[in-house]
Design a protein around this ligand. Structure first.
Ligand SMILES: NC(=O)c1ccc[n+]([C@@H]2O[C@H](COP(=O)([O-])OP(=O)(O)OC[C@H]3O[C@@H](n4cnc5c(N)ncnc54)[C@H](O)[C@@H]3O)[C@@H](O)[C@H]2O)c1
Ligand SMILES: [Zn+2]
Length: 355
């Protein structure tokens, strides 16, 4: 196991998952240890950690797979299993899954007996580079994403890219969009390396190296601003328009993966960065072509601008009705809280349609 040089979240890269986990669980040997999975990770990932030498899990809690289950009913199920299983304040919860079980399990751990320790073992690319790192936990509520939650850091995140072997390619490509986002925040060298990587036909060894770099970039922003008061907002690049695309697609009954929406949103937002901050147009075109090739096209018309703009005004990160964007001057030169007028946002939406 190799400790990554991160500050806010403790992250280690696994060499041998079961043995590495045995080392991490050593301090909890005399305590109760619970594992949380969803239906899929129970089948595909739990067998890989079931035989941790010298450790027996008290209970494996299984919730339904998919974001529809990131809800209060699943949270209740987890909390009930902890109570029935005799969990104490010294017990440990191991979240084995994508962003959904990591967010939900982290929140259960944050609130159970005012907080117990948890470890994340992220099993999707999105969770490895993003959701499992940074301390945001929570559930969806009354139709709103992550409406209830808390900040609570995992005691440890253990990343093993070989878990991605069973992940379907759409989920893999979706997670890669967050790595592209991190690369834009870091700078030209990381960006070129990331865009050169062939995610459609991935070399898993190179992917593991890129994942490690990507986690470090996220951790730098989380360390600088753990509670997202200022610079952590950089991580929203592509997400203001991306979330509007995601809602729009859902409304039209043709849902898209989160990372796909973020990839489309990044193209539109880089164009906005060009309008507002002179981000180089050649780089906007480069991403636009890349996204079209890897993520395909995303369709809407000028008649949909009202809905898209309206959705952006509801983003919980806005203040006083103004839509603020995270934009770039150049790769690695971030500007947060950039207010854009409606006609500027529409121009960016128009640019994306023409692509
Ligand atoms: N906390 C944060 O900072 C943060 C950041 C980004 C996203 N998120 C949250 O993360 C969630 C999205 O994460 P996700 O995309 O990982 O979703 P997910 O956990 O729902 O996983 C996607 C699908 O992949 C399956 N799966 C997981 N691992 C697998 C594996 N190894 N092999 C085969 N199938 C596997 C799951 O069962 C599920 O069907 C959302 O709820 C989002 O809000 C949180
Ligand atoms: Zn995202």
């Amino acid at each position: 196991m190799q400790e990554l040089n991160t500050k806010e979240t403790s992250v280690a890269l696994a060499d041998d998952l079961a043995n590495d986990l045995a080392l991490l669980l050593e301090p909890y040997k005399r305590e109760k240890i619970f594992v949380l999975t969803d239906d899929n990770t129970f089948k595909m990932c739990f067998p890989l950690i079931q035989q941790v030498p010298g450790i027996s899990f008290d209970r494996c809690i299984i919730i339904g797979a998919g974001d529809a289950h990131k809800d209060i009913a699943a949270l209740t199920k987890v909390l009930e299993a902890l109570v029935v299983g005799g969990a104490t304040r010294h017990s440990l919860l191991v979240n084995l899954g994508g962003g959904m079980p990591c967010d939900l399990g982290g929140f259960a751990a944050a609130t159970f007996k005012r907080g117990i320790a948890f470890i994340n073992i992220p099993t999707t690319l999105l969770a490895q580079v993003d959701a499992s790192v940074g301390g945001k936990t929570g559930i969806n509520f009354m139709g709103f994403k992550n409406e209830i939650g808390s900040f609570m850091q995992a005691r440890q995140v253990l990343v093993d890219t070989s878990l991605l072997k069973t992940l379907d390619s759409e989920n893999l490509i979706s997670g890669f969009a967050e790595m592209i986002k991190h690369a834009y925040l870091k700078g030209t060298e990381m960006l070129e390396r990331t865009l050169r990587f062939d995610i459609l036909n991935p070399d898993m060894k190179e992917l593991a190296a890129l994942v490690a770099e990507s986690i470090k970039i996220k951790d730098e922003y989380v360390t600088a601003d753990p509670f997202e008061k200022n610079i952590r907002k950089a991580l929203n690049l592509g997400h203001t328009i991306g979330h509007a695309f995601e809602s729009f697609a859902l409304k039209k009954n043709r849902p898209v993966f989160h990372g796909y929406a973020v990839a489309y949103g990044m193209v539109a937002e880089l164009y906005l960065a060009h309008l507002k901050l002179q981000f180089p147009m050649a780089l906007v075109e480069q991403l636009s072509e890349y996204v079209k090739r890897v993520y395909g096209s995303f369709e809407y018309a000028a008649a949909d601008f009202d809905y898209l703009y309206e959705t952006m005004t509801h983003d919980k990160k806005n203040q006083a009705g103004r839509i603020n964007f995270t934009l770039l001057r150049n790769p690695g030169e971030v500007a947060i809280n950039i207010h854009c007028e409606r006609h500027e946002v529409e121009e960016a939406l128009k640019y994306f349609i023409g692509k």
